[in-house]
Design a protein around this ligand. Sequence first.
Ligand code: FAD
Length: 503
Amino acid sequence: MEIFYCMAKISIIGSGFSGLASSCFMAKAGHQVSVLEKNMDIGGRARVYSAEGFTFDMGPSWYWMPDIFENFFAQFGHSASDYYELKQLDPGFQVIFGKNDVMEIPASLDELFEVFENIEKGSASALRKFLKEAEFKYNVGMKDLVYKPAFSWMEYANMNVIKGMLKANIFSSVSSHVRSYFKDERLIALMEFPVLFLGAMANKIPALYTMMNYSAIVQGTWYPMGGMCQIVNGMKELAGSLGVEFHTGVQVDRIEVSGGLVTGLETSMGQIATEGLIASADYHHVEQQLLEEKYRNYEASYWDKKTFAPSCLIYYAGISKKLKKLQHHNLFFDADFKKHAEDIYTVPQWPDRPLFYACCPSKTDDSVAPEGMENLFILVPIATGLIDTPEMREHYFDGIIKRMESFCGETFAAEVIYKRTYCVSDFMEDYNACKGNAYGLANTLSQTAVLKPTLRNNKIKNMFYTGQLTVPGPGVPPALISGQVAAAELNKYLLKLSHETPV
Ligand SMILES: Cc1cc2nc3c(=O)[nH]c(=O)nc-3n(C[C@H](O)[C@H](O)[C@H](O)COP(=O)(O)OP(=O)(O)OC[C@H]3O[C@@H](n4cnc5c(N)ncnc54)[C@H](O)[C@@H]3O)c2cc1C
């Protein structure tokens, strides 16, 4: 990135990972950067809170793609270890198909090959081949494709990459790709699971994204001691050292535009003059609520046609005893996934018997729960836009705890000493999330790269979007990349302007 000799006043709306990343890059380029965040805490969907001795990460809990985090910090002369201690989980996670039908995913690849072979003869060598292809996709995808602003398909016109990608069969679906390697339904469920992070069923996600399997299985599952909030703390510290100013509890209400440029922001702390803007709050909110209609890239109807990644019903619970059979990450796949998926994507409705995910970080980290207790984060994926009443939120809890008790072989409903729920309406209220989405837009083929909401405002030269609703997509590593790419584009514009402006 070029060092900008003429300092501009840059505003960033939102302090999630994409906003934090872009703030660091803009400050590094020499600008005066202010981050404006409506909530009292920074981190966006990755905020943290404490209650009754428990510390809960509110959003992300899986640390995959460690190289992307390293790459981010390295660009500022740092390493992730300057800010937090990473621990590799072993097993990385467990998938619970039934009380006595559990698959633990070991950190060691050799051990995993054995697990596969014991389930399906010949599947170990199939896995080797699958992972080799996934590694190729990861190397091309995460080291090259995702760092492009995706303004035009020409950016991807590198023949070697194209040839390799076609060979890797990227346009078939993850589902058919996985099924061409494995027959056992449990292995299929395991191999399809990572793309659920991308917000759609495996039959709707292009096989390019089996690169996620490479990260999940080969790079491994990691945990920053102290919680995912340590990444946010680290990025905030880095940003602070670069001169970024944070204003929390400040809602941006309107973006002021004059002569095709953002000139200021109307906020709850008054008017702020601005020479460049990166909007990391949800794209839909920024366009529909903060910009005058004539400056929007998309009409309201555009968003109705988009496939959103799911929302979720979350329980943050404190348990006053240890639960022996739980691992750090537990996927309860002990229900009909097809039916649950239909309730999310086909006919959006509250599911009957949903799959769910239970994270128990106190298995790894004593600091997140009082001694002898467990910190539980339970997530049920649900359709966006559902009406979530207090009754609905309560409705699922008992059933989920019963299924967990059955698996654990011990009761603990009476030991739930703390509980908070979080659902669709909270996502809307806290993050201005369209339809209460949790993870932004799904990475379907028709919503990939150039087909995603564009990173730049086509009518305002000094305004760019970043975050999980634009490129490259949902997830913490993509949000970091998105922030970097948006900052590079705004810098390019400012640099061009500085060359054109007589001193
Ligand atoms: C429950 C949950 C679990 C997840 N699990 C994982 C996981 O395990 N691993 C993973 O990699 N990813 C996970 N994700 C996805 C990941 O957390 C997100 O993709 C990423 O954090 C999004 O970052 P962002 O910067 O795009 O948006 P956000 O984090 O939403 O940041 C946007 C910010 O803008 C602020 N804002 C909105 N409107 C305004 C306004 N008008 N004025 C000022 N500020 C405003 C919001 O308050 C928010 O802080 C999870 C997400 C959720 C919700």
